[in-house]
Write a protein that binds this ligand. Sequence first.
Ligand code: GDP
Ligand code: MG
Length: 369
Amino acid sequence: DETIVLSELAKRMGIKANEMIVKLMGMGVMATVNQTIDYDTAVLVAGEFGYEVEKASFEEEVILKKTTEDDPEKLAARPPVVTIMGHVDHGKTSLLDVIRKTRVTEGEAGGITQHIGAYHVQTDKGVIAFLDTPGHEAFSAMRSRGAKVTDIVVLVVAADDGVMPQTVEAINHSKASGVPIIVAVNKMDKPDADPDRVQRELSEHGLVPEAWGGDAIFVMVSAKQNTGIDELLEMILLQAEILELKANPDKLASGHVVEAKLDSGRGPVATVLVQEGTLRAGDSVVCGMHYGKIRVLQDDLGRTVESAGPSMPVEIVGLSGVPMAGDELVALADEKDARQVSQHRIQKQRSKELAKTNRLSLEGLFEKM
Ligand code: GDP
Ligand code: MG
């Protein structure tokens, strides 16, 4: 369903909008300067002026396909990407903190501050990437935009509080996106901790522990006392093995934006989870409506890195604008292609918005009549 704004089409063809309106009128189409016209009409009217119209969306698909084709021989195991979810105050942040500290050597511990809302830990048995999503809303927003960035959900439930509304919400989100859940029963150090109650309540929501004949994985932890954390990480890696997570690191990168902002000094800055290929400084990328050449890549501790492979969260600088969480990022061999795809998307968005305003003003008109 391609459309273009009349004035934009006229501009691209180098003719006056009025001439086009007159020409369209001659063809029996009444249109104003800001009105969108459909692809077939555009082809007809452009033909009247001796132009041929190329379908830009078709081009976009061709351009993007060049870099997304995969060679099965090149697939390699990649680390799992984990999102921690659960009811407020059940210990999500505390758990993320204690996991993050496990990888930091004693000497560093004081000076480490997390730089971005995503990080990865190196355990004896493998690497795990964690996304520090601001909440369930971000998760469902990403899901609704078709961005699948999580392989495994760790569901945190406080042992002294049990299943609460946001616990159920998290279960529903995970189920809807087909992501396996590992339950972390937290606050086991508390005197009124009641893990049996948690298991009973979760069983009612389809999460039956293995010990009770089900297939849900439960790990008892205390973020406060740092107990059960190693076992939790082990379970994550075990689940990852079952999922056989693979990606081809040996091609141009693609991934999704986890968060983005406008930095007063550096301009648009985005945290991107690389999902396929390897992202490198100097790469040309399309990211949502924007494009650019990657100037700087930084890891979660703010250190400049040369590249980032599959499942690596990385902060990038060099985009033409601030993308949205959930936007896809694709690296392209040709800078011109990146700009073209971006421009096409902006154009499409503008057409959509103008179509909306036109409809609104028409409706307003009818109301007055
Ligand atoms: P979030 O809202 O899920 O991110 O929860 P927080 O990590 O902010 O924790 C909420 C409160 O629970 C804080 O006061 C934590 O100190 C406390 N808390 C978190 N984990 C534990 C735990 O394992 N044991 C105890 N006793 N308190 C905890
Ligand atoms: Mg928190």
